[in-house]
Design a protein around this ligand. Sequence first.
Ligand SMILES: [Fe+2]
Length: 175
Amino acid sequence: MVPGKRDVPIHGYDEDVAFDVDRPLSESALSRAGAEIERAHREKLRLCAALEDAADSLPAHVDRLRCLAIAGELVPLLRSVHRYEEDVVLPAFLAALGRSPDAWASVVRLKTEHVEDECFADELTEVLMAIGQGGRVDNPEATGFMLRGFFETLRRHIAFEREHVLPAILTSRRL
Ligand SMILES: [Fe+2]
């Protein structure tokens, strides 16, 4: 891990372990990828729960300091997790499924969602920052809708990875 080279080393890993999809995967590398994606999911689900709390407490009971904390964490965490997934987990998934067309389609879908989620997270960060700095929530329904749209999308993405990506990696580890 090179300090400062990545946004936040939440999922610190040595860049040298990034998989080359054309090379055989070692059991330890697969094991590590499986453990890391589980960890990444836990981090993202924790964030989803915090966002749901914020949405539920709008406008009168919103914890402004908590909003500031989420605003500071949201984009760096997503970028870090997405980079890990794209450098390590998705290549392992492709290799596990023999680079099938279905596997490629899933990877394209997941990478597209990563980009969309990061863009959405940028917008959300501004909203959370404004709330955290004491701004009035003029339209709590719209703000709540925005927050829910984000974390529900994120949860669906995680569910797909849990149902399809993780089992493929863990199964190939046992082969
Ligand atoms: Fe992902």
